[in-house]
Design a protein around this ligand. Structure first.
Ligand SMILES: [Zn+2]
Length: 148
């Protein structure tokens, strides 16, 4: 699973808001005031939001009180009751629900791989666009090409 920079930032902001978390000094962890597993307060539940390393992946989480941990984004979202955020992973830019994503300044959020959108048979004609994104590249490296 690869997240675009925008998806990652959106997830971090949503998780932060949902859990009332604060970043730790390094900025690589979200400290959640109340563990979603054991309910203990005191900031024992941490969510790693730094870059992927040999041993860590973004959104791995662990409670130092009850020992509960999640190893994937999906598990974390399930734990905090925000599985709706997983919709990001299956976003289809041709789907009507995602019409708003075709706004040019939001286009970079759409996908993390090469996608060519052609007119669908629904009669609705989106602007044909090609989105190019290489995993690991910075957001400034994302190019959006409009196809006439
Ligand atoms: Zn706990």
């Amino acid at each position: 699973m690869e997240l675009s920079v925008q998806e990652y930032q959106y997830l971090v902001s949503e998780i932060t808001r949902e859990t009332g978390a604060k970043r730790d000094g390094s900025g690589k962890n979200l400290i959640v005031p109340r563990c979603p597993f054991c309910g203990k307060s005191g900031g024992k539940f941490g969510i790693y939001i730094g870059k992927a390393t040999a041993h860590r992946r973004p959104f791995m989480a662990h409670c130092f009180s009850c020992g509960a941990s999640t190893r994937t984004l999906e598990q974390l979202l399930a734990a905090i009751g925000r599985m709706d955020l997983m919709v990001l992973q299956t976003a289809d830019i041709a789907a009507p629900l995602n019409l708003h994503l075709l706004e040019k300044d939001e286009a970079e959020e759409i996908d993390d791989e090469l996608v060519l959108v052609s007119n669908s048979s629904s009669g609705w004609s989106p602007t044909q666009s090609i989105y190019i994104f290489s995993p690991g590249i910075r957001s400034t490296g994302i190019d959006v090409f409009e196809v006439p």
